[in-house]
Write a protein that binds this ligand. Structure first.
Ligand SMILES: NC(=O)c1ccc[n+]([C@@H]2O[C@H](COP(=O)([O-])OP(=O)(O)OC[C@H]3O[C@@H](n4cnc5c(N)ncnc54)[C@H](OP(=O)(O)O)[C@@H]3O)[C@@H](O)[C@H]2O)c1
Length: 258
């Protein structure tokens, strides 16, 4: 299937490693020019080098998207280098685990900035550019724990990831007449070298083997590439009738019927 992505420009936030980097690789393999951003320059440059060596046209932008200036900068620099933005993937995200009563205002500000406000700012800056191009696709990376309860200690993560799914739906409604589709993706537990699940597996192999047995019906963690390819499809005109959706990519990990 030709995804008709050749020559498109994709901006992927948080793409120096893990799921974001896999998404950049998957979009680049379909012929997209990719702009990637992250705060740390070393991993970012290495990621750009790796993508470039596979033939991709890559722009690496060191920026913190939780800051207004950083969010504006990633969009500005992408437009200056590539002339527009056709595809936005809001991948940045993270967690501060702790029981609700122990969470501070600072925790809430930080996780809201990371999991919601950063996406708001980057998407808002992209919209005039996408409108000018006459089309666009935005995908936010949420989590299955934005769709259903993850459990005690996850108030920050769960509520901000749910908010991101809501944001995608409302944005999709507002932009439905403008040729810009907005979806979200809800990964389950994804393991990649150096990622959070990989660290936990290395620190506690027996505990994590029990976790897999109890929580992952297919008997393994998901792979970053398995999320990436779904995002690439959603970003393509082939997914023209998928709008405002939240797509699970979780190997049956989540239990919700909706
Ligand atoms: N891994 C999983 O099992 C899983 C499951 C469900 C959902 N997700 C979601 O999927 C997304 C990616 O997860 P991941 O595990 O691949 O994450 P990760 O390993 O923590 O990578 C995050 C990426 O974002 C960058 N980043 C972090 N904060 C940033 C900021 N403020 N501004 C710009 N870049 C920033 C990081 O680089 P720097 O640190 O150098 O900035 C890195 O490139 C997240 O939204 C996560 O919540 C992951």
């Amino acid at each position: 299937m030709d995804l008709h992505l050749a020559g498109k420009t994709a901006l992927i936030t948080g793409a120096s490693r893990g799921i974001g980097l896999a998404i950049a690789g998957s979009l680049a393999a379909e012929g997209c020019r990719v702009a990637i951003c992250a705060r740390g320059t070393e991993a970012l440059e290495k990621a750009a080098e790796d993508l470039g060596s596979q033939g991709a046209e890559v722009l690496a932008i060191a920026a913190d998207v939780t800051q207004s200036a950083g969010a504006a900068d990633v969009v500005d620099r992408t437009v200056r280098a590539f002339g527009g933005v056709d595809i936005l993937v809001g991948n940045v995200g993270g967690n501060r685990r702790g029981r609700f009563e122990e969470t501070s205002d600072d925790d809430w500000e930080a996780v809201l900035d990371l999991n919601l406000r950063g996406h708001v700012r980057v998407a808002r800056a992209c919209l005039p550019v996408m409108r000018k191009g006459g089309e666009g696709a935005i995908t936010f990376i949420s989590s299955i724990f934005g769709r259903e309860a993850g459990g005690p200690g996850l108030s920050l993560y769960n509520s901000t990831k749910s908010a991101l799914i809501s944001l995608a739906k409302i944005l999709a409604l507002e932009l439905a007449g403008d040729g810009i589709r907005v979806n979200s993706v809800a990964p389950g537990s994804i393991r990649f070298p150096g990622g959070s699940w990989d660290k936990r597996c290395n620190e506690d192999p027996e505990g994590m083997a029990r976790f897999v047995e109890t929580n992952l019906p297919m008997g393994r963690f998901g792979l970053a590439g398995e999320v990436a390819d779904v995002v690439t499809f959603l970003s393509s005109p082939r997914a023209s009738w998928i709008n405002g959706a939240c797509v699970n990519v979780d190997g049956l990990q989540s239990r919700s019927l909706i």
